[in-house]
Design a protein around this ligand. Structure first.
Ligand code: ADP
Length: 408
């Protein structure tokens, strides 16, 4: 039963309609729909009215309980509509210059950004992983707003995603920041994401690092003064802080390195108190990370290598993209629900989808990063990027998976 439907509506940048008008247009569109497609954007060419086509770029529906793709709207279903516009500003980069090398230390995006458009729906995990993250952050923000005493109920706004490299942790953090900015659009007028590249900051020891950390946090504190701005701080590869500490204690690194690590930890502790900040961290270590900061993370979520269902979604997505770009002649790829209903039995309708499912099972133990390269390898190595049928392409993918397994 569908209790609550979240509907994210991306309004065209040039559109002058008010949020109220956009909501009315969307509501009318929904009144005429038999069923809703979840977790897949509905693009403007599929809208039924010209007004909606003119003003709206895409509509994305999701809900917490449902795992299927198609759902029927009920009279009781509460529809929450979030209207947003994409920010088209380019990313701003903070760099360190040393010995002729330029190293990126922090990057800054205004959210919702067109650079992250579609990122969320193109990340595939076990059912519930992404929803859990959104619920967690929304709860933390409500606690923050109501000033729930953290000495009575323990909570804070630090998330750690850890797991093998290439499993989409960094992408998920960015997509989450974008999603939360959209969902909390009624409280905050914009989001800002600052990604601190701790790997480049701490992998080499520069006296500049300390100064840079101070500069970055001074800027962040200025941003935090605006209560209408929601600030996300993303620290990638947090384990490099732990390595840096260890290297200091064993005496193999100069002592100002420990000062830089400590400065960063103190600064993070300070800014956590602000109601409009959220700290997102990632680590490639699969075991428990021994670093002071990580102990403070409330939600530590292990992001595993994708299972066959997630792989199937990644591959289907890739193949559909190659159909869109005329490399593969269009053919229906069924979703996993359909294959399950058929009990994985082969018929003329399910044949290609079943082959894709078998390829997914063969690709277990590959990271999302590797999986997304397979279609390209299939083209480059076995198909010379010519137009072909889905069946031919799946054969090429099979070779590419074999090649990848032998060469990794
Ligand atoms: P990590 O931070 O875990 O090393 P990244 O976020 O850098 O991983 O992801 C690397 C690439 O792999 C990105 O293009 C990302 O979209 C893709 N990717 C990884 N895991 C998944 C997944 N589960 N679903 C879809 N894409 C994925």
């Amino acid at each position: 039963m569908l209790n609550l439907l979240h509907v994210e509506v991306c309004q065209n940048v040039g559109s002058l309609l008010t949020e109220f008008d956009i909501k009315k247009l969307v509501q009318t569109e929904f009144d005429s729909l038999e069923e809703i497609i979840l977790n897949k954007p509905l693009l403007s060419e599929n809208f039924s009215t010209d007004a909606l086509k003119t003003h709206v770029q895409s509509i994305y529906c999701s809900c917490e309980q449902e795992q299927g793709i198609h759902v029927k709207l009920l009279k009781e279903t509460i529809i929450k509509i979030y209207v947003y516009r994409l920010n088209q500003e380019d990313i701003a980069i903070e760099t360190i210059h040393k010995d002729g090398e330029e190293i990126s230390a922090a990057a800054h995006w205004m959210l919702p950004s067109d650079k992250f458009f579609g990122l969320w729906e193109n990340l595939f995990y076990d059912p519930g992983v992404k929803e859990k993250l959104v619920n967690f952050v929304e709860t933390a923000m409500v606690y923050s707003e109501r000033q729930v005493n953290p000495h009575i109920i323990s909570w804070n706004k630090v998330i750690l995603l850890h797991g093998p490299p290439g499993t989409g942790k960094t992408s998920l953090c960015k997509a989450l920041a974008q999603k939360i900015t959209i969902r909390l659009g009624h409280k905050f007028t914009r989001g800002e994401l600052i990604e601190i590249n701790s790997h480049s900051l701490f992998s080499k020891w520069f006296s500049e690092s300390g100064k840079l950390v101070m500069n970055i946090f001074n800027e962040i504190k200025i941003l935090l003064q605006d209560p209408k701005a929601l600030i996300f701080i993303l620290i990638d590869e947090i384990e490099s802080l732990a390595h840096a500490r260890k290297a200091c204690t064993t005496g193999s690194e100069p002592s100002d390195s420990i000062r830089v690590v400590n400065a960063l930890l103190t600064q993070l502790d300070n800014i956590k108190q602000f109601p409009n900040v959220l700290i997102l961290t990632t680590s490639n270590l699969t075991e428990v990370i021994d670093v002071a900061f990580v102990d403070r993370a409330d939600i530590k979520l292990y992001i595993s290598l994708p299972n066959e269902q997630a792989i199937y979604s990644i591959y289907s997505n890739c193949v559909e993209e190659l159909m869109r770009t005329n490399f593969i002649r269009p053919e229906k790829i069924h979703d996993m629900e359909y294959l399950k209903r058929l009990n994985y039995e082969e018929n003329s309708e399910s044949k290609n989808s079943l082959t894709l499912y078998q390829l997914s099972c063969k690709s277990i133990n590959m990271s999302g990063r590797t999986l997304k390269k397979i279609p390209f390898l299939a083209h480059a190595l076995y198909n010379q990027a010519r137009e072909c049928s889905l069946h031919e392409f799946l054969m090429a993918m099979n070779f590419a998976i074999q090649w990848q397994t032998e060469n990794s």
